[in-house]
Design a protein around this ligand. Structure first.
Ligand code: SF4
Ligand code: SF4
Length: 184
């Protein structure tokens, strides 16, 4: 069916309008590209450059020692084990000494880094470190024992400062207390 002259005029007007709109969108797009190409990149080139990590970053789990004395901070209360939704923590208390831990396992491959275990820990023993580079060749290798989990004294000192944690109180033995009283 042929169009009347008025309809034909309107149709060609619409075509020109659409072409003009298309060019204006291309111009806007090119302007955006030109503007972005002069900006500094916001992404980092890991692994050449490490990203900035924050005290609240949640990565590989570790166990703190007292930065003042080097004493292990786990009191084997098992609160972290109970709260873990993934059941990836196993705490084995020392049967010969109350409040001491004998073995500690975390399946880092199963952990979802929710941080719940770190929140319930009464001694700031279990923490999330900023280390996220722990890929390995087997699932078994991601099950860390107490030796692999426990931080060195200087590392614990770093994390207490970095995370703004209060330093643990140094325990004084009953003998030392008695000696201090005699001196007074
Ligand atoms: S961070 Fe979450 S999932 Fe991982 S061990 Fe702690 S409680 Fe379990
Ligand atoms: S909550 Fe803390 S102190 Fe208690 S068992 Fe876990 S790591 Fe040890």
């Amino acid at each position: 069916m042929s169009q009347n002259p008025i309809e034909e005029k309107n149709a060609s007007k619409n075509t020109f309008k659409k072409i003009a709109e298309g060019f204006s969108h291309i111009a806007i797009g090119m302007g955006t590209v030109a503007m972005q190409s002069t900006r500094d990149p916001v992404s980092t080139t890991y692994p050449d450059e490490m990203p900035t990590l924050y005290p609240t970053s949640r990565h590989r789990l570790a166990l703190n020692v007292n930065p003042l004395t080097g004493e292990h901070l786990c009191i084997a209360c098992k609160q972290c084990e109970k709260v873990c939704p993934d059941q990836c923590i196993t705490v084995i208390p020392d049967p010969t000494a109350k409040g001491k831990v004998q073995e500690f396992y975390i399946d880092q491959g199963l952990c979802m880094f929710c941080g719940l275990c770190t929140e319930v820990c009464p001694t700031d023993c279990i923490i999330n470190t900023v280390d996220f580079e722990m890929s390995d060749y087997s699932r078994e290798a991601l099950v860390y024992d107490i030796k692999k989990l426990t931080l060195k004294r200087d590392e614990s000192e770093f994390y207490f400062q970095f995370k703004g944690l209060d330093l643990p109180k140094v325990k004084v033995s009953p003998v030392a207390k008695a000696e201090a009283k005699v001196e007074v």
